[in-house]
Write a protein that binds this ligand. Sequence first.
Ligand SMILES: [Zn+2]
Length: 170
Amino acid sequence: MPQAVAHVLFAIILLDLIRDYALKDRKKLPLHFIFIGGVAGLLPDADIPVYWLLKNVLGLQVEWFHRTLTHSILLPVTTLIITLVLLQLTKKKNFQLFFAVITFGFATHILLDGILTDYIPLFYPFSQAQYGLNLLRNLGWPSLVEGIDAIILLVWLWDLDRRHQLRDYM
Ligand SMILES: [Zn+2]
C-alpha cells in the first residue's frame, strides 16, 4: 500500500492537471471537487480502520478484509454508473461532478495500488484472483514506497511553479 498521503496527492494532482490542461477552465472543476476527489483517492483504504473498529472496539471476530471489496473494480464502476445515470436524469452539474470525481478517486487508488505495490482482487467478490504489477518490489525498490508521497509532491510543486510561477508568492 502506498502511503495514505500519496493516494490523496495522486488524485488531487491528476485532477488539477486535467483541470488545467484538458478542461482549460478552472470554473468547470472548482477546487472543492478536487478536494473531494483527493478524499475519494484515500477512501478504499478505509477498510483498515473499519476492521480495527469492528475487532477492537466492538469485539467482533472478523477476518482481515483489507483489499477486498474496496479494491475491486466494482467500486468505481458503481459510482461511474451513478454518474452516467445522473447525467441523464438531472441538469445539476454538482451532483454529476461529485460522483465523477469520486469515481476518479476510487480508480486512481486501485490503479496506484495495482501498479506500484502488491496485487489487488480486481474482480472481487466474483473472483479472488489477484492482479497487479507490483512494480516497486519487482524493480527492487520496495523502500521507495516510503518516499513516493514526497516524490509525487515535489513533481507537482515543480509543475505548479512552472505553470503559475509560485516563486512570486513566496
Ligand atoms: Zn489501498
